[in-house]
Design a protein around this ligand. Structure first.
Ligand code: C5P
Length: 275
């Protein structure tokens, strides 16, 4: 067994339609998920006792005890390892930080041990299955029903986290309507990123309004993105608070990212769905 590492890319919900609720309280979703070229990094090495070290620019406040999904992922695989989590993404930010970290831990441990990936990962969290194979996916059920989506144009985007964490259960609890329309059964073919953005403008993130009632900062991030030069569409990802704006090219995204810099805000120009 040798050391191994895996990237944990940011997950972005380009759409998130809440279509119902199960008797156990979990919500049924229909979501188009893509991944960004911004990522945390997970490094694992064999050890006699489990250990977790969190490093990197976003390490502050990330738990290092068994509440961290990374350690729960290692326990699920039954592997004892020393783990370094290099944190670049805002935690609890709606871009799958913890879920993507857990999935990356499983990939790294599988490489380290030669063991196959566990098949049952939903118990780690509803967003963990989609993060197991980072590529454009349509996610349904509560996150366990996945179908790969091919042929989507890559998107130049800016991610903005207004420096706050929004608790996911509270956002779901504030929904006015739980039975909303799903996305169309079949997606059109998009000739280019502009056509894709136009179509996305007709879809929704049903959690955007409830998140804004809890955290007005989400509305501020959306408004700032929408006003940035060249922005085609501004939306929230997941249950927030990270929002994304779509831009015509990487130059205008980089320019917008510079213009959007504020104290306490995490802002990144990224490319989405290029995997
Ligand atoms: O599965 P995970 O721990 O990521 O979910 C956190 C919380 O978000 C759940 O306890 C639940 O309140 C809410 N949730 C939901 N429906 C989903 C996913 C999450 O209601 N599909």
């Amino acid at each position: 067994m040798t050391a191994a590492e895996a990237r944990a890319p940011a997950k972005v919900n380009l759409t998130l339609h809440v279509t119902g609720r199960r008797p156990d309280g979990y919500h049924l979703l229909d979501s188009l998920v893509v991944f960004a070229d911004a990522a945390d990094v997970v490094r694992v090495r064999p050890a006699d006792a489990p250990a977790l070290r969190v490093t990197g620019p976003m390490a502050a406040g990330v738990p290092t005890d068994s509440s961290n999904l990374v350690l729960r992922a290692a326990a699920l695989m039954g592997v004892t390892a020393e783990i370094e989590l290099e944190k670049h993404l805002p935690p609890a930010g709606g871009i799958g930080g913890g879920s993507s970290d857990a999935a990356a831990t499983l990939r790294a441990l599988s490489r380290m041990t030669g063991r196959p990936l566990p098949r049952e990962v939903l118990a780690l969290g509803a967003d963990v299955p989609v993060c197991m194979e980072p590529r454009p996916m349509r996610m349904r059920g509560i996150g366990e029903t996945l179908s790969p989506v091919d042929g989507l144009p890559a998107l130049d985007a800016v991610l903005v986290n207004p420096g706050i964490a929004v608790p996911t259960p509270q956002v779901f609890a504030r929904l006015d309507r739980r039975a909303n329309a799903p996305m169309p059964e079949r997606f059109p073919t998009f000739p280019d990123a502009a056509a894709f953005a136009d179509w996305l403008a007709g879809q929704r993130n049903d959690l955007e309004r409830p998140a804004q009632t809890i955290a007005p900062e989400v509305g501020a991030a959306l408004a700032a993105l929408a006003q940035a030069d060249g922005c085609r569409l501004a939306r929230m990802s997941g249950s927030g608070a990270t929002c994304f704006g779509l831009f015509p090219d990487s130059t205008s995204a980089a320019r917008a990212a510079r213009a959007l810099a504020r104290p306490g805000w995490w802002v990144r120009a990224v490319r989405l769905g290029a995997q």
